[in-house]
Design a protein. Sequence first.
Length: 573
Amino acid sequence: MKQSGSTPRETEFTVLDIETTAFSPPGRVIEVGAVRLRGDGHVVGEFSTLVHPGHGVDLGATWVHKIFPQHIQGAPVMREVIGDLLAFMDGSVLVAHNANFEERFLRHEFDLLGVSVQGQYSLCTLELSRMYFPQLPNHKLPTVAESFRLPNKPDHSALEDARVCAQLLATFLSHPYSLTLSKAPRIAALPTRPTALRPLQPRVSGLSKGNEGWLSSLMRRLPMSTPGTVLPDVAQRYSELLSDALADGRIVGDEAKQLGQFASQSGMSRADVQTVHISILDGMRTIAEADNFIDESEHHQLVHTAKLLGFPDHFNDLANRSSPPELVNDKEKPLPVGRKGNTRQGPWGDRRVLFLTVGERTVLLQEMLVERGAQIAKILTDTVTHIVADSSSTDSRIDRAHQRGLPVLTLLELQGWFLETTLATENPPPPTKSVQQSSPPQKTSTAASIPSPLTAPVTPAEHTPPPAIEYWPSPAVPHIHEIWHYPQPAKRAPEVTAHRASRMPWVWSILAAFPLLLGGFCCLGGFGAFLKHDTTGAIVVTILGTLFIALAVALVFLAIRSARGKTQPPHRP
């Protein structure tokens, strides 16, 4: 590349990073992360998966890449990954920081599988940084990322390191550096191989609560998308796990790690997780708006849950909603059921019903309950008074309801009850079933409720979130907190600024030469004395030589410190 030539705006690049069991083949690849983007900075997609190296293969420097045996358990082998990886890379220029390292391991893995790749054009950001910014202390990816103030930080996670390298490439291609291709790249067609029969397994580790919450951290660790489509059962199971985690109105670290582990092992992408989260929030809105009014308590629950799920602005449109005209003061506002003294108007105003069924009959009965003043619960909490489920249902919440002594009705029993009460009285107690009383579960609800996974089935095709592909941070997509933001490029090249206290690295180096020479002569003299059987003299002269050499080493250390202190990383005004 050079600073004049063809502009690669329409050229597509695949930035690749791998984690391996050794520093060179025959070591094996245990994680692959890749980001595909155009020369104008537009991110096309992401690829991430752990790779099982084979039984009995040592994982190598686990203290560096933080990949342990439990992480690769169930992960696909390279034979299952290679098809999706080649399809992701096809038609693009391969980019890596130290491309020789990635190419050696890829060639080794390809050879083991009998895959031949010839004439593939590649680009190395390590060589680019050395060529155009030689003043940097070193050109490792963390140092270069810090020098350019990139928003992401490399952490020996393949996908995260690939994102940082892609941001660095986008910076090189942007103004003022505007590096261009000296000639059109030679992009060879890659061979095709069958795709994986089991889902890819992106690594989800290093989660932290931070300022945005546990689930925001989880979504940042996942790739934007994955090959294939996540099965509805996977999204359903994730929704159930999330429902259990939110039963007490909060998310803790262990619950976030459990959700992350399930998302990883099921091959879920960030878009899949966002789809489930948005579906849950939309289901909450539908239930809250069933009575055509959202009171203050319901609004608080909605906003609180949206923050926990990583979408704090999802309910911003409810902030300015005015109260209905028939309510004169706060005392007349309907209050949620389940708290002391709080009831809604209607014959069933003190009832809170959880439906574990789906279908048109369920929707009809829910509407009838709301008309009679009851509330539709989203999850099983201590405020629920009745459960509606199929007689053949094996949902674990039915057992929990029996333990707590809650009546469990079928749709037919509930419908028959409505017919009886329509002909008889307006306010009889609903039928109950005898159940065994026992202690309530330890986890009780004190905050937000969410829709039951069975009353609001989630499939990736039902609720598609806004696209998570952006050029730069944009307020046009308020609901998607996309971590992929390229930095605004610097307006000037990196500079070198000398520190007044560190102007003498060469002086220290020259001074170190004298004690080094004296120490060498003393050691030789000690050796000569030893040959002459002068043991005392040999010991004394050798000790003196050792002291001189130690002084030389100290002066060399000062020279290195002084040289490193001369440069400051490039910054943007």
